[in-house]
Design a protein around this ligand. Sequence first.
Ligand code: LHQ
Length: 265
Amino acid sequence: MRTDFQHLLIQQDGGVLTITMNRPEVLNAFNGTMLEELIEAVEAAAQDGAVRCVVLTGAGRAFGSGQDLRSLAEGRSSGAIGTVSAHLQNYHRVVLAIRNMPKPVIAAVRGVAAGISCNIALACDMRIAADDARFIEAFARIGLVPDGGGGYFLTRLVGVGKAMELAMLADEVSGPQAEHLGLVNKCVPSAEFDAVVTAFARRLANGPTRAYGLIKQQIYASAESDLRSALRLEGELQDQAFETEDHRNAVMAFLQKRKPEYKGR
Ligand code: LHQ
């Protein structure tokens, strides 16, 4: 995939692809270019067989501060941004590309994750926060509703009552509070953040990638279906997992009392 983006840094280390949103002077707020580049990078990562885990993060002291409000105001007055729902479709492409990608996507959040940046973190499969993280559903502060899938993700991650509070009051949630609420998988001291994210991502990148893709389908479909449908889907997905090289090799490794090595096939 190409790496010469204007507002993204791309780094590949083994099977781990790190995408860093890079407009630190505005806490990585989204302008049109960064949004288009993120769509391209996430969609390319999904297609790239050498990528087995994606880490999404921000440069500098933040994950992201949401829509760039200056470029929104300019786009509105010039007519470049028409209806907001049309503009949102680009964000929806990012959200759907993350969810549909058949491999794990982790958000690594240090500092602020506000507005639609917060909700893009919630769209990822898992989240690791530093203890200086600040999650803010900032929308109501400017008279808007959570977008980028916020209403959907919040209700599923923290339940209806807490989702309502976070969306209406738009108060900051710290890293430790986010861990307590189930908004993130873990919160770690800032000094250990990079090492923990790297170890977590490497572990996923060295795992049974095909099974991980099927697990994503299973977990997300099961969150919205009845037991009978979930059991039917489980059978279909297990048929696919059962035929993978990683499954066969892992069973052999178990029987021969050695550690399995997953090739992602
Ligand atoms: C920014 C931004 C920013 C521009 C910090 N834009 N410059 C809505 C409508 C339409 C379509 C799509 O979707 C959306 C979704 C949304 O995301 S709506 C929500 C948009 N985001 C916000 O409302 C958050 C605005 N920012 C803030 O409230 C604060 O900056 C936070 C709480 C994020 C961080 O506060 P601090 O740590 O105190 O940093 P700061 O405010 O000093 O910001 C640092 C710089 O970044 C500053 O620029 P300056 O030149 O003064 O150093 C800010 O102006 C700039 N910045 N967020 N979204």
